[in-house]
Design a protein around this ligand. Structure first.
Ligand code: PLP
Length: 446
């Protein structure tokens, strides 16, 4: 059942965030970076205006520790695909909780979920579980290296905090040069950049099949072909596309077959579960040749949440709901910007997930984003540039948000016109996200 609130009236003044600030003061010298996930942390929200700590959620709405309510467009940075406190998922968790969480032997849910995944994800001949996205992208890379008996990795996108990937970013301290030298990047929609980087030691190509830019000129088919030709495994990192773009992810949506695929986020409506799927001959190496095991891999609250979530995603055709509301928000935003003559901002992306961007020719992009965020916060909308829609977002949410955008963009337009963006900010502007969504971290082979 959908969790929606009716007749919601949001604030029209900047919220009191004093309890958030108190928690932050306590965290500052205790928790490095203050956060466990950069995208949720203090650098991504206007400091002094936006709340820092959330306490609860219901449907598409969240409440901060000061009691302020917001429509949420981050949804825990992706995982909450159905909505907060979604009845079918929560009752499955409660029922399992009565029986236990983690056990000393395997649990039937491991098999039941694997069977469900086999009928959901195109390449899921075999399935393994873990807890984080980085766990399964790293397992996929290790499998590819073992299967091909090669060492090098080519990537395009963001794939988590582990050495093999983070070595291509600027935060690469603590990673030996020997490891760094094995991973390089290629450019999305630039098949020549992939061909230039591929060589006889390339074990795998791993990419986010799509982010905010649609594949052009059969790019994904050509990547598949290049990999097959070179004896290189193709890995789709479906952390965002999985269960959201289509229930079977980008493989289903684009009809492109990956050797291995990795999932997390939307699959368990907020419970921590990641999934590795793949072709039997590759996955079979997990039996003997490679080691990929972890204590909490079979933890049952997440497994039961995933079963309930997948069933509900299917029953409600959630990707269609997400696509409809996401498309309305994107097109509505662009119409407002066009009508206001603001050529320097637009909303981009395919229907499954969209993002607002600002050009640098009219001012500082981060300050412009911060001003819009600040004005949306005033209207009770928690936004960091993205629209991660869930099944609980409603037409009313979208209507309300577009009305708030209209006001926020008018404010931005005036500020840009009179060169007053910096002055109008009531707090510290946001910083660039580490996990880039376009213009990924680059470290080409040549
Ligand atoms: C595409 C992609 N791959 C991998 C990861 C890493 O997942 P996790 O943070 O769960 O380790 C993320 C996280 O945002 C992601 O967006």
């Amino acid at each position: 059942m959908k969790t929606t609130l009716e007749n919601v009236t949001f604030r029209v003044s900047y919220p009191d965030i004093s309890r958030s600030d108190e928690y932050y003061c306590r965290a500052e010298n205790l928790i490095p970076g203050a956060t466990q996930t950069l995208a949720k942390g203090p650098t991504q929200y206007v400091c002094g205006v936006a709340p820092k700590y959330l306490e609860r959620g219901f449907g598409s709405h969240v409440w901060d520790v000061d009691g302020n309510r917001f429509i949420d467009y981050s949804m825990a940075v992706g995982p909450v695909s159905l909505g907060y406190c979604y009845q079918e998922v929560d009752s499955a968790i409660r029922q399992q909780l009565l029986k236990g969480i983690s056990f000393s032997l395997m649990h039937p849910l491991e098999v039941e979920l694997a069977e469900l995944l086999r009928t959901t994800i195109p390449n899921a001949e075999m399935v393994r579980y873990s807890k984080t996205g980085a766990d399964v992208t790293s397992a996929a890379v290790r499998l590819a290296r073992a299967y091909t008996n090669r060492n090098k990795v080519l990537c395009c996108g963001y794939h988590g905090w582990h050495d093999w990937y983070v070595s291509v970013t600027t935060r690469n301290q603590g990673i030996p040069e020997e490891v760094r030298s094995l991973t390089h990047t290629f450019e999305y929609n630039n098949i020549d950049s992939l061909y230039r980087a591929l060589d006889e030691d390339t074990a795998c190509v791993i990419l986010e099949p799509v982010t905010f830019q649609a594949p052009e000129n059969g790019f994904l088919d050509r990547v598949r072909h290049a990999c097959t030709e070179n004896g290189t495994l193709l890995i789709f990192d479906e952390m965002w596309t999985g269960f959201r773009m289509a229930i079977g992810g980008a493989q289903e949506y684009f009809h492109v077959d990956a050797d291995l695929a990795t999932f997390s986020k939307a699959v368990a409506n907020g419970m921590p579960l990641s999934i590795l799927t793949g072709k039997k001959d590759v996955m079979k190496l997990c039996d003997q040749d490679i080691f990929f095991y972890t204590t909490f891999g079979g933890e049952t609250l997440s497994l039961t949440a995933a079963v309930a979530t997948i069933k509900e995603l299917r029953r409600r055709n959630v990707p269609a709901h997400i696509a409809r509301l996401s498309g309305q928000l994107r097109d509505g935003y662009n119409e407002i910007a066009r009508n206001l003559g603001m050529h320097y901002t637009r909303c981009i992306g395919l229907d499954y997930r969209t993002m607002v961007v600002f050009d640098s020719d009219c001012g500082n992009q981060l300050e412009m984003k911060s001003l819009v965020q600040q004005e949306l916060i005033k209207h009770g909308i928690l936004w960091n540039g993205f629209h991660n829609i869930s099944y609980s977002h409603t037409d009313e949410d979208i209507k309300y948000t577009l009305a708030a955008y209209e006001e926020a963009l008018q404010t931005l337009r005036e500020a840009v016109l009179h060169n007053r963006v910096t002055e109008m900010l009531r707090g510290t502007p946001v910083q660039p996200p580490f996990r880039k969504s376009t213009g990924f971290h680059t470290k080409p082979a040549l």
